[in-house]
Write a protein that binds this ligand. Structure first.
Ligand SMILES: [Mg+2]
Length: 410
């Protein structure tokens, strides 16, 4: 078992972060803590903030066992590319056949399980979840649920944390859903994080014999963090080991089989490796800037100009060009665009018509104040995590590099 947050794991994650990646998450137990009442499965504020941030940087989806509208309710306000519900059925295969099947199961399950206190049957239209978290006799309840499910005839059972999921035979699963989303969004790689047995359909994609369906040929790398059976329920009771006892983990998938712990990228030598790092920073800056354009309507450099103007009202354009190391004509282009968008004001100098002083508008101030998802937020995060001495060394190295390239800042 390899820890995803080990040094080697982080290196692989980094390679994926640089690729054309799709990020996918399970909801319960992954984004939100497992709670006694599934109707109170809210994300922690810090998780929500991180998810918002990550969704502004990468295309993200959530693949949940909950019904799609229910999962969406908890994720409202986050810029996700899609919320997949019912373990992969919604929106991919919401057929009337599945609805009829589930309708047929409901009275049969009711009849066999109504005597069990603390057992709740949740009809999710396309599948059923039978919860037994509130039962005092969990072992007995689980056995009865499995018996009742078996009596339904053709279906698929997936265990979970004090829940038994019953799905129509032939329904798509989380692995199929993830692959479909990856195709739809034209991503080369995917990172999936899940915590339970139903996520095994994703983790099993590259493991012959465990995966189901045609997506088995796509290589993936599975890094497990903690087996589900080691987790504890909020009330302190150990989670029962379900099925294989695994489930918790993170799957990394890639179309070309080039990224894995066993086959690291070739070492290019000191100079090229350093240059690769610079290109990676450059690429990440461009990508973040592009995403900022679609989120806020301004690129990274444009927002930087807004921030400087907001901080130093009346600043002459020439000084901004100097501060940003851009050619005055480049800056003129940026200023014109910002003025057109109503984000800055240019006031001609009454003494010298060729000069103008710059001011910020209310709209510009709002954009300047936005934080999550900006280049600045990423730099701020890095600075707050890095010891001062290390930062000073990095500054020195960057200055040396700029000087060596003939562009040292003052
Ligand atoms: Mg889960």
């Amino acid at each position: 078992m390899k820890d995803i947050l080990s040094r080697a794991g982080r290196e692989v994650l980094q390679q994926f972060a640089w690729s054309n990646v799709l990020l996918a998450f399970d909801y319960d137990g992954t984004l939100a803590p497992i709670v006694r009442d599934p109707d109170k499965a809210e994300m922690r504020a810090t998780t929500r903030q991180l998810l918002e941030e990550v969704a502004s940087l990468y295309p993200c989806i959530v693949v949940s066992g909950r019904a799609q509208p229910d999962a969406r309710r908890w994720l409202r306000g986050i810029r996700l590319q899609r919320v997949v519900g019912n373990h992969g059925i919604e929106p991919w295969q919401t057929t009337q056949g599945f609805v009829e099947e589930v309708k047929r199961w409901q009275p049969l399950l009711n009849r066999r399980l109504s005597a069990f206190k603390g057992v709740r049957i949740e009809n999710k239209t396309f599948s059923v979840a039978v919860h037994y978290r509130r039962s005092r006799e969990k072992k007995k309840a689980r056995a009865a649920i499995l018996d009742a499910a078996a009596a339904l005839g053709s279906m698929r059972v997936i265990g979970g944390k004090q829940v038994v999921n019953i799905l129509p035979q032939g329904a798509p699963h989380k692995g199929i859903a993830l692959e479909r989303e990856r195709d739809r969004l034209r991503r080369d790689t995917a990172i999936y994080v899940g915590d339970d047995e139903t996520d095994e359909d994703v983790f099993g994609l590259d493991q012959p014999g465990r995966s189901r369906g045609p997506q088995a040929r796509i290589p993936s790398l599975v890094l497990r963090k903690k087996p589900a059976c080691n987790r504890r329920a909020p009330d302190g009771a150990p989670e029962p080991a379900t099925g294989t006892g695994t489930g918790s983990g993170c799957a990394l998938m890639t179309r070309p089989a080039g990224l894995s712990l066993e086959a690291p990228l070739p070492h290019l030598g000191e100079v090229l490796e350093f240059m690769r790092l610079i290109w990676a920073v450059d690429h990440a800056l461009q990508m973040t800037s592009k995403r900022m354009k679609s989120t806020f309507g301004v690129t990274g450099p444009q927002r930087l100009v807004i921030r400087i103007v907001a901080r130093f009202p009346g600043i002459p354009a020439g000084q901004i060009a100097q501060l940003l190391h851009v050619h005055p004509s480049t800056l003129t282009g940026i200023l014109k665009r910002l003025e057109r968008q109503g984000l800055i004001r240019r006031r001609p100098d009454p003494k010298d018509r060729r000069r103008a002083s710059l001011g910020i508008t209310e709209k510009g101030r709002r954009i300047g104040a936005a934080a999550a998802g900006t280049v600045e937020a990423a730099v701020d995060r890095m600075i707050s995590r890095t010891p001062r001495a290390k930062l000073q060394n990095a500054r020195d190295v960057l200055l040396e590099l700029a000087a060596s390239l003939g562009e040292a800042p003052d």
